[in-house]
Design a protein around this ligand. Structure first.
Ligand SMILES: Nc1ncnc2c1ncn2[C@@H]1O[C@H](COP(=O)(O)OP(=O)(O)O)[C@@H](O)[C@H]1O
Ligand SMILES: [Mg+2]
Length: 353
């Protein structure tokens, strides 16, 4: 078991900065997710923990030990990739066994360990098959079993579910959550999928352009996004974000006037409201009054959108809610559901209590 620490880690190639002065303390047994769009530095960060890339600056610790100069094989970590990385010519059994051989674990111990790891991911019946005779989900289970088999100090998982279809991804997500609950091994999990991050993580590090923009529990980053980037990245549909100005306690934008629960003026703000916090209300009174631009039935909810300026504003209504496209509609939210951001810096503006 081990904690992991990034201490002022920078990774540069020439003048390009892939990871920019990243510091992060991951507790022993914690499940941390690095979340962010493609190219933000997630894989590079993980590869530096594995020893597959060297940091340009800074130190990486596993437990109390600085590992910068330690070979990958001496770091006692196991990785799982999107591409599975299985050996096509080896059976499931031999694939799972492989790390035990490489690490010189006595042969007499192999069979029990392989069978225990396979059982944990329900592969017992498939041990004699070759990877090509398995589904994508089963292949990813083999990769998981191979990571589990030698009981490493930590798991590094890089988009392990990205190659699976939507349904399988959801069940494998639950498997990974269950495995972590059972094994309690420190895990760094990389994904661009915010739902995976929300469902799996103890804490999420939301990354953009090589930096952590916010670190917090899933509830934290959902309910208290620190900036526009995080607010817009987390949530489906994403948070409604409307650019405007505050004039005498009223938020004003093209076609919108929303009274705020405080006095004062400020230019260049962004008002944020989550779709589930917007209610459809009487068109005489709502703060957002426009014709319905689109209606989307999700099954468990109905999304109703208005178009304000160049933006869509979306309200999440009950599953039984019906309204015609083009009909007059009005949305409103309680003031406690408002978020305000500085349009220029992107930082959250605290609302007076
Ligand atoms: N070996 C490399 N040489 C130059 N640039 C790289 C190299 N590896 C990654 N990058 C760049 O660093 C940035 C971060 O990459 P990566 O960590 O793979 O992002 P992510 O996993 O978040 O999608 C990207 O812009 C990528 O193109
Ligand atoms: Mg990546």
């Amino acid at each position: 078991m081990a904690s992991i620490r990034f201490s002022n880690i920078t990774k540069r190639w020439g003048s390009f900065v892939g990871v920019d002065n990243l510091s992060l303390d991951i507790a022993d047994r914690e499940f941390i997710v690095l979340l962010g769009p493609s190219g933000c530095g997630k894989t590079t960060s993980m590869r530096m923990v594995a020893g597959l890339d060297d940091p340009t600056l800074g130190d990486i610790f596993i437990g109390d030990r600085r590992v910068n100069d330690l070979e990958p094989k001496d770091r006692d970590i196991a990785m799982v990739f999107q591409s599975y990385g299985l050996y096509a010519h080896l059976s499931v059994y031999e694939n799972i066994r492989f790390p035990l051989k490489v690490r010189g674990i006595p042969n007499a111990e192999h069979d029990a360990k392989v069978r225990a790891a396979a059982a944990m991911v329900e592969l017992t019946e498939f041990l004699e098959r070759k990877p090509k005779a398995l589904s994508g989900g089963q292949r990813q289970r083999v990769a998981l079993a191979r990571a589990i088999v030698r009981q490493p100090n930590c798991f590094l998982m890089d988009e392990p579910l990205s190659n699976l279809d939507a349904k399988l991804r959801i069940s494998m997500r639950a498997e990974i959550k269950h495995l972590h609950h059972r094994l309690n091994v420190t895990t760094i999990y990389v994904t661009h999928d915010q739902v995976e991050a929300m469902t799996l993580a103890d804490r999420v590090a939301v990354m953009e352009k090589g930096r952590i923009r916010q670190l917090g529990t899933p509830t934290d980053i959902y309910n208290n996004p620190a900036n526009l980037f995080v607010a817009g990245f987390i949530g489906s549909p994403p948070m409604n974000l409307i650019e405007g100005d505050i004039i005498d306690g009223q938020f004003r934008a093209e076609g919108v006037s929303v009274p705020l629960p405080f006095a004062g003026s400020r230019t260049d703000v962004v008002l944020g409201i989550r779709a589930e916090d917007l209610r459809l209300t009487d068109p005489m009174y709502g703060h957002f009054r426009q014709k319905v631009y689109s209606v989307e039935l999700l099954g468990d909810a109905t999304l109703v959108s208005q178009r304000i300026g160049a933006r869509l504003i979306t309200a999440r209504a009950d599953k039984g809610f019906r309204i015609e496209m083009g009909a007059t509609s009005a949305f409103e939210a309680v003031p406690s559901a408002y978020y305000l951001f500085d349009r220029v810096s992107g930082d959250r503006i605290a609302l007076p209590a």
